[in-house]
Design a binder for this molecule. Structure first.
Ligand SMILES: *Cc1c(COP(=O)(O)O)cnc(C)c1O
Length: 339
């Protein structure tokens, strides 16, 4: 694509050549179908529209210096989607079908995969929805799995940098025994007001405490939290956090670097003790945290005194990006190279 300004793409939707679809009917998954239509013809009584029977995933493909295309941990996304399916009573899509769909749709849209030098990548969005008509509250009998892709720009255009967050107590993203551990749209609907509130207050993102006690750290918007202190990577353990694949990868890399890894409830007061902290997820890998403000209690937890990302965040970020682009050896078998 000669006319795409790769380095200045935003995290938005751009039409590509194909998406891939697979239908679940009569109790079984059908064949994968490449499609060039952007729209879905959906029954107005579909369960996804009324009762939120909807799951999604997010992952990326990267073009390396060697020209090879690498997809990061697609089997982990396949497994997480299966967990979401169990959580909201949808039929599980087999891992092979998921990976096959991702590879085929990436391959079919190869001309949209940004060049290595741009720092951009191809975002992959799998979606699974209940499609059959239902008015009573029951799971659908028919489902549609779709994967589309869209090129996205480098997250840090002006270089890797820190952001301020604000604790929002007015709204909960998810309940302790709710759907927070599943990647469903409903959690995002529940987060919109908190996110708007944070933006209106001039922050980059909202910061959630656990819904029950408002005592422990849950998530930073739609990203997991981690803190660094005494050569230890600390990340919250909670029943309302989405299990981030980026976080899981960073825990492994921290361990590889000789750090201790702790996954446990993290009380808000502990924020005063971290030398560094970050929000992590597929979009940014790591978004280092400058400070977290607790407006109600008139407190500001300043994590980065000089406003710059710390050395551990920087090292973890470079290592993970290096593996994704093929600049660093893939010692854990995380990367699927497209043939
Ligand atoms: C997708 C998501 C994340 C990040 O998960 P990754 O697998 O690292 O992209 C974190 N929190 C929420 C709520 C999410 O939906």
């Amino acid at each position: 694509m000669e006319n795409i300004d790769w380095a200045n793409l935003s995290f938005g939707y751009m039409r590509t050549d194909y998406n891939i679809r697979c239908y679940y009917r009569d109790g079984k998954w059908g064949k994968l179908e490449l499609c060039s239509e952007e729209t879905i013809n959906l029954h107005m009584a579909a369960t996804s529209l009324h009762y939120g029977q909807e799951a999604f995933e997010g992952l990326k493909a990267f073009r390396g210096k060697d020209g090879k295309i690498r997809i990061f941990r697609p089997e982990a996304n396949a497994e997480r989607l299966q967990s979401t399916c169990r959580g909201i009573l949808m039929p599980e899509l087999p891992t092979e079908t998921f990976i096959d769909a991702v590879k085929k749709v990436v391959k079919a849209n190869e001309r949209f995969i940004p060049p290595y030098e741009s720092g951009a990548s191809l975002y992959i969005r799998p979606l699974l929805i209940g499609t059959s008509a239902q008015v009573g509250v029951h799971p659908a009998r028919e489902y549609l799995f779709v994967v589309f892709v869209t090129p996205v720009g480098p997250y840090f255009k002006g270089g890797f940098s820190t952001n301020p967050y604000v604790i929002i107590r007015e709204f909960d993203r998810s309940a302790p025994l709710g759907t927070g551990i599943y990647k469903v749209g409903g959690n995002y609907a529940a987060s919109l007001r908190a996110n708007k509130m944070a933006h209106d207050l001039g922050y980059s993102c909202e910061f959630y405490l656990d819904a029950k006690e408002k005592k422990y750290i849950d998530e930073c918007g739609a990203a997991n939290f981690f803190g660094i202190k005494n050569n230890t990577y600390v990340t919250p353990l909670s029943t309302s956090i989405l299990p981030s694949i980026t976080n899981r990868s960073l825990m492994q890399l921290a361990e590889d670097m000789g750090m201790k890894v702790e996954r446990r409830p993290v009380p808000e007061e502990e924020l005063t003790t971290f030398e560094e902290a970050g929000a992590c997820g597929t979009a940014a890998v790591i978004s280092p945290i400058q400070r977290i403000d607790d407006l109600e209690n008139k407190k500001s937890y300043v994590i980065s005194k000089d406003g710059k990302p710390g050395p551990v965040c920087t090292k973890l970020y470079n290592k993970l990006r290096g593996i994704q682009y093929g600049d660093e050896p893939d010692t854990h078998g995380w990367v699927t190279v497209l043939e």
